[in-house]
Every structure is written in structure tokens, then in C-alpha cells.
Design a protein around this ligand. Structure first.
Ligand SMILES: NCc1[nH]cc(CCC(=O)O)c1CC(=O)O
Length: 319
């Protein structure tokens, strides 16, 4: 049977990683719902975002958060697509009115990975080596551990960055292991960085599905896909982000982990040059995920003091 038009339209960026993630969601929806199992029931609509278009400037120079999601969210609000698949790391702190994300796929490994042909790990790079990254969070933590290294701007999709590394433009780079795995490139990883050395970005490795809040039909399709432990961990980390956002232009890192019903949240704010940092770790019941994140944010803010946040910071949008 062939359908006149698709039952669901998924909005996605056109990068290899975004398409792989959208295909994952399509496959899960087809498996969960017999009426979606025909090949033309779910359409992918590729949407170009500002973050994809502008590659020659830092993300902050273009104008802040949500650069990889804005145009897709506009398509959702306008009804041109029914759901949007996002790397939660790229989703702005506050969603536009009328949209929600309440469906999360099981989280991939949230850690960052180190890539280099010059050393077998970040700590063994030769003095003065050049590390490419556009992420202030990574820059700050690299310089905290290795103040002798040089960090230079480095943009592009995962494959572009690995090609630039292979061509010798930099001595090393860092990428989220989740994206690398989803592209089948895990064998290229030199070292997985432990969270003690490199705390990940908020929600790194988690995929969230955004929809119109009032769309009960789409909500029903998505309900069986939600992975609750991931939702809990992302809720804690994003509550921390919400509690610090606005005041905090410095890089933020966080990782929530579940042990049974106990949620432990590690969080960190660091000056971009790595010279000062404030860390927090706290645990509580998983049911209090949002409160845990908010309290962690308030604690970090109080510990850092006003001066910490007043410093001008070039770029926080690449997490
Ligand atoms: N900022 C781009 C981005 N958004 C999500 C991922 C990785 C996949 C994920 O976190 O789920 C990446 C690439 C990277 O930081 O290496």
C-alpha cells in the first residue's frame, strides 16, 4: 500500500550525524507502530540551519544559542514538520512557546574523545602542541590540565574535523564520542577522556525529539520511545544550565549519572583560559532531578561570586 502523504514528517539538519540520528528515530517509530512500518509513512525533511550555513566565523559572532535548531523549530511551529530530532547538547536552554521535548532516546556514552597521531593521550602531548576546538568548554578544561598547550579555533562537521587533523592542521582535537560512534568512526579514537579530566557538555550524547506541545497524535507516537533514565539525567543537567544561563557566559560542564534511584550530578564552571574553576558534586533521589540541577547551579554561582561572571567571553555556543 502506498500513502498519499506521510503520516509523520521529521525535520532534521543535513549533516551525516543529524541524518543518522533521524534515521534511528524513524527505525524506532516503524518498529513501535505497525501503521508507520511502510517505507513512505515517515518522511525526512532536511532543513538548513544558520549553524550549517556559516562556517567561517565563530558561533558567537553569528549570534548565540540555538543556531543548529532555530530554523527546524520554525518549521515545527509552522506545521511543515511534525517532529524534530536534536542532539540535546545543541538545544537552547529555553524552547520556543508551544514546543516541548519529552522524548529521549537511550543516551550514548557522554564522554569526549581525544584524537591525535602525535600522542596516545591529552596528558602525553608534547609541550606547546596545538589542539583544535571551537568549544570553550573543551578549551578551558584542556588549558586547566595543560596550560602549555595552544588551543586554536576548529570548526566543521565531525568528518571535516577528522580530515583536517589527518592533514596536519592541528596536533590533536576533541570530539564527543557519541557522534563519532553513530558515524561508525569509533576506531579512530585515540583516548576516551575521563570526566575527571574533561567533564562533558550538558546533555552530551543524548538525542531528544521535539514536537508541538498541543499535538496529541505525535505525542502518542513518541511515548513508547522515551528512555526514562536518560530523561532524568538530561532534566538534572538542563536544570543546572537554566539556573546558570543568563548570568553565566563562562563554559559550563555537567554530568548526571544514575545508580538505581540515586542521581549524582557533577558540574563545573571554568574560565575560558583555564585559570580558575568551580566544581560541585551532589546526589539525591532521581525524582528530584530538576531541584538537584537548580541547587547545583545556585551553589556554583554563589561559590564563583559576581566577578567570575562579569568577564567578557568570546564564544559559548559550541558546547
Ligand atoms: N556541537 C556539535 C555536536 N552536537 C552534538 C555532537 C555530538 C553528539 C552528541 O553529543 O550527542 C556534536 C559534535 C561534537 O561535539 O563532537
Amino acid at each position: 500500500m502506498s500513502l498519499d502523504r506521510p503520516l509523520l514528517r521529521i525535520g532534521t539538519r543535513g549533516s551525516a550525524l543529524a541524518l543518522a540520528q533521524a534515521e534511528m528515530v524513524r527505525a524506532l517509530l516503524m518498529a513501535a507502530h505497525p501503521e508507520l512500518a511502510s517505507p513512505d509513512a515517515i518522511a525526512l525533511t532536511i532543513i538548513r540551519t544558520t549553524g550549517d550555513t556559516v562556517t567561517d566565523r565563530t558561533l558567537a559572532a553569528i549570534g548565540g544559542k540555538g543556531l543548529f535548531t532555530k530554523e527546524i523549530e520554525e518549521a515545527l511551529v509552522d506545521g511543515r514538520v511534525d517532529l524534530a530530532v536534536h542532539s540535546m547538547k545543541d538545544v537552547a536552554t529555553w524552547l520556543p512557546d508551544g514546543l516541548v521535548i519529552d522524548c529521549f532516546l537511550e543516551r550514548e556514552d557522554p564522554r569526549d574523545a581525544f584524537f591525535s597521531e602525535k600522542a596516545d593521550g591529552l596528558m602525553s602531548l608534547p609541550p606547546g602542541a596545538v589542539v583544535g576546538t571551537a568549544s570553550l568548554r573543551r578549551q578551558a578544561q584542556i588549558l586547566r590540565a595543560r596550560p602549555d598547550l595552544a588551543v586554536v579555533p576548529f570548526r566543521g562537521n565531525i568528518d571535516t574535523r577528522l580530515a583536517k587533523l589527518a592533514a596536519g592542521q592541528v596536533d590533536a582535537t576533541l570530539l564527543a564520542i557519541a557522534g563519532v560512534k553513530r558515524l561508525g568512526l569509533a576506531d579512530r579514537v585515540t583516548q576516551i577522556l575521563p570526566p575527571e579530566l574533561m567533564l562533558p557538555a550538558v546533555a552530551q550524547g543524548a538525542i531528544g525529539i521535539e514536537r508541538r506541545a498541543a499535538d496529541a497524535r505525535v505525542a502518542a507516537y513518541l511515548a513508547p520511545l522515551n528512555h526514562r533514565p536518560t530523561a532524568t539525567r538530561v532534566a538534572a543537567e538542563r536544570a543546572l544550565l537554566a539556573s546558570l544561563d543568563g548570568s553565566c557566559k563562562t563554559p559550563i560542564a555537567a554530568l548526571a549519572e544514575l545508580d538505581g534511584d540515586t542521581l549524582t550530578l557533577r558540574s563545573l564552571i571554568v574560565r575560558p583560559d583555564g585559570t580558575s574553576a568551580h566544581a560541585d558534586q551532589r546526589s539525591g533521589p532521581a525524582t528530584d532531578a530538576v531541584a538537584l540541577g537548580r541547587t547545583a547551579g545556585e551553589t556554583l554561582r554563589a561559590r564563583a561570586g559576581a566577578g567570575f561572571f562579569d568577564l567578557p567571553v568570546p564564544d559559548t555556543s559550541a558546547r
